[in-house]
Design a protein around this ligand. Sequence first.
Ligand SMILES: [Zn+2]
Length: 151
Amino acid sequence: MRCPYCQHDDSKVLDTHHDAHGGIRRRRECLKCKQRFSSYERPILATPLIVKQNGIREEFDREKLLRGIRIACAKRPVSAADIERLVGQVEAELQKMGKAEVSSRVVGDLVIAGLKELDQIAYIRYAIVYLQLADLRALRAEIDRLLDGSA
Ligand SMILES: [Zn+2]
């Protein structure tokens, strides 16, 4: 840990304190200038990289996901707060997986499962794009599945 006073790279740990949030606070003393300072370390959940169909990896883009869902929910009785919550859930699920990368398919499946709960029309709109429902027959099969599921 670099000393904030003189930038020396080495310090001595005087004591270590574990806090209730899984963090570790260490009191340190610089080996060069002898100034004391503290450092704080805490685990953070990382969101995995998203691997797209074409193999390109990209950072999870919360804004992009929000936009896609908002479009699917246009003029539907789904509140902005609901959409925010859904995106938050998707992000939390991805973090919980604890993987370095996941397929964009996984993200899509999480969104679609969430939209199904929120609004069936929004779900169908998203599904047309996401599941690449090519024609009315495929769309009808999906709607039938939806109707069967809720019956
Ligand atoms: Zn120092």
